[in-house]
Design a protein around this ligand. Structure first.
Ligand code: ZN
Length: 310
């Protein structure tokens, strides 16, 4: 009888591993380092080894394991293959094929931001919802779109890559993806700092942010403290992201938009600025779409990966 499954979240420096029962309870979690040397060829064997060791340690039989879900920081195609994952130094890798060969257990793979969306939809800020958009505001912007309880990976595994939706016309600096003016360049944790400098340059108004190095966290603290320029920056951030989300809302018509990632730690004030402009631009039927903060933090990926195989 199938009683357990594994949810694995592969990051550039660590691999987070979760051991779940089939009711979706996280029974144990641990981490192993991501060994990116030799073009990341050790990564999947290391994961297979830690899973095989856990099964042995708990005295389980392989046929008690429902499956292994693995998320990857890069586009994953429907057949579980990856063409390129720069953070892992990977070219083409058949994640599902290799994992199944090394463990003898059914495996599924998906993109990490999509896994986080699925995790939040299942056990986090979006629990109880079947249609949502998840936005992760970290160093970059990750996204995941869940429709009818299923995450949309698309034809190239790029479904939900909303960080690279075009948002800014008067940008000259290129994005990591090679395009210019992506939403990530002005609304991620790094992006909002870039946006802040652009706005600070254009005004003489005093601000606690002026002439010093600051992070997204410092910026939101300045907003909360009533700094006028910081508020202007937050408005512009809200405009870009709210307008972008209003466009996606007419494509997938979500019940809920979940905001996560490091910047969401500033709290519901982040939602307030996004929601204001979302409502301005959203199609009437979608205007009342709810906003929520993600709640699973760094565990969203292991939950989503586990959900994939259940
Ligand atoms: Zn981009």
């Amino acid at each position: 009888m199938k009683k357990y499954c594994f949810g694995i979240d592969v990051g550039g420096t660590t691999v987070k591993c979760g051991f779940f029962n089939t009711e979706g309870q996280l029974l144990e979690k641990w981490e192993i380092p991501t060994r990116t040397e030799e073009n990341g060829s050790r990564i999947l064997p290391d994961i297979a080894a830690t899973i095989n060791a856990k099964i042995a340690e708990r005295g389980l039989e392989k046929d008690e394991i429902e499956g292994i879900g693995v998320d990857i920081p890069g586009p994953v195609k429907e057949d579980g293959t990856v063409d390129l994952a720069v953070n892992l130094y990977w070219g083409y890798v058949d994640v599902v094929g290799e994992m199944e060969k090394m463990t003898g257990i059914k495996t599924k793979a998906l993109n990490d931001a999509n896994a986080a969306a699925l995790g939040e939809c299942w056990k986090g800020g979006g629990a109880g919802y079947d249609n949502l958009i998840m936005v992760t505001l970290g160093t970059g912007i990750g996204g995941g779109i869940v429709v009818g309880g299923k995450v949309i990976a698309g034809a190239h595994g790029a479904g939900g890559e909303i960080g690279h939706g075009h948002a800014v016309d008067d940008m000259t600096e290129p994005c990591n993806c090679g395009n210019v003016g992506c939403i990530e360049q002005v609304a991620s944790a790094n992006g909002i700092v870039r946006l802040a400098h652009m706005i600070l340059e254009k005004t003489d108004k005093p601000s606690v942010l002026r002439d010093k190095k600051f992070s997204a966290k410092d910026l939101w603290e300045a907003v909360k403290a009533g700094d006028e320029v910081a508020d202007e920056i937050a408005e512009k951030f809200g405009f870009y992201l709210g307008r972008e989300l209003a466009i996606y809302a007419v494509v997938t018509d979500p019940q809920l938009i979940v905001i996560g990632g490091g910047m969401a730690k500033a709290g519901t004030i982040v939602l307030d600025y996004i929601r204001k402009y979302y409502r301005q631009y959203a199609f009437p039927a979608c205007k009342e779409t709810e906003f929520a903060l993600a709640t699973l933090g760094n565990d969203a990926g292991i939950y989503g990966s586990a959900k994939m195989v259940l």
